[in-house]
Design a protein around this ligand. Structure first.
Ligand code: SAM
Ligand code: SF4
Length: 329
């Protein structure tokens, strides 16, 4: 096995694979009410193409795979995909990020297929507010999905919350209380300047520090080191069953320890979420490229991986004119 190391000596061992750019929700901070432009179905990688790229990436050194989208659970034959990926010899960690709407239906078969755990996006604990933030989502489905995921051992359950000022920031404390009662990792993710341009506004962005200060007024936060903490910094309240995580791509970016590549649903490698450069794997794949040629393209994408994103280099945050659903969250 070759070493998969970028120009800044970072070991690349994690691939986020987007398997669709479509979604069954329209979260206000992610996309406009009429959705975003999606690519033609023929341009989306087939499951066999995804499995082949994943296999080649694991030969190079990728050990962790996260499936995402759009909403990955709306992709046909998702269970087959998970089962095939889980059988790849070097895959040590296989997880999935979902809005949870279809989790009740899929949790059991995904767990049997070899999925290890799920991250669930849930931006409000209030049914009406959830419906309005997601433009139509039913929180009951998500809660039932979370319970089903717990039941089949897709744990630790990680709940992703994007606090947006004026929308769900009044619930920050409620989410923190949930970490006391349930064994969930509640992860507050800073709202990034990407998604619906009409909606993005720097005033809506809330820093990790602001959230932390609010939580500290409830009780001390005890730092916790977890085995697979990734970019999140974890804390807990004394005697809590769960944890509170902070993911701070803007106020305290974690680029210097970034270990990931992203594969978009239409077959492009993005060395960084905010990259302006993508490397197309789909065309070579569909024109008969050998595994060795795909390996060279993957190595190239690692070679050009930037040291860091630069969205907060200017006085104001630079906006990326895309939705995370189009890249893979
Ligand atoms: N549909 C799935 C879901 O919602 O979990 C997976 C894809 S979604 C694009 C992945 C993650 O990106 C979600 O946790 C979502 O909250 C997050 N996200 C989307 N737009 C964001 C933004 N502008 N800032 C921060 N996080 C964002
Ligand atoms: Fe869909 Fe996830 Fe974007 Fe919400 S955050 S619109 S669930 S892709």
């Amino acid at each position: 096995m070759s070493r998969f190391i970028d120009s800044y000596n970072r070991q690349i061992n994690y691939m986020r694979i987007s398997i669709t750019d479509r979604c069954n929700l329209r979260c206000v901070y992610c996309m406009p009410s009429d959705g975003v432009k999606t690519v033609n179905n023929k341009e989306i990688l087939t499951l066999e193409e995804i499995i082949r790229i994943a296999k080649i990436a694991t030969d190079l050194g990728v050990r962790k795979i996260r499936i995402t989208g759009g909403e990955p659970l709306i992709r046909k034959n998702i269970v087959y995909l998970i089962s095939s990926l889980s059988k790849l010899p070097y895959v040590e960690d296989l997880s999935l990020t979902t809005n949870g709407l279809l989790l009740k239906q899929y949790a059991h078969s995904l767990a049997l297929a070899g999925l290890k755990r799920v991250n669930i996006s849930l931006d409000s604990l209030d049914a009406e507010k959830y419906k309005s933030i997601t433009r139509g989502g039913d929180i009951k489905e998500v809660i039932e999905g979370i319970k089903e995921a717990e039941r089949w051992g897709l744990t630790p359950i990680k709940i992703n919350v994007v606090p947006v000022r004026g929308f769900n920031d009044s619930e920050i404390e409620n989410f923190a209380y949930l970490s006391i009662l349930a064994p969930y990792q509640i992860r507050f993710i800073e709202f990034m300047p990407i998604g619906d341009k009409e909606f993005w506004n720097e005033k809506r962005y809330i820093t990790t520090n602001e959230i932390k200060e609010r939580l500290l007024s409830i009780a001390p936060l005890i730092p916790v080191t977890t085995e697979k903490s990734g970019p999140a910094n974890y804390f807990k309240f004394k005697d809590a069953k769960g944890l509170i995580g902070f993911i701070s791509p803007i106020s305290n970016h974690f680029c210097f320890s970034c270990n990931r590549l992203r594969l978009t649903a239409d077959g492009k490698i993005r060395p960084c979420l905010f990259s302006k450069t993508e490397i197309d794997l789909k065309s070579p794949l569909r024109h008969g490229a050998s595994d060795e040629e795909i390996k060279r393209l993957l190595r190239l994408s690692v070679e050009i991986k930037p040291l860091r994103h630069e969205i907060n280099e200017e006085d104001s945050l630079c906006y990326l004119n895309k939705s995370i659903s189009q890249i893979g969250g």
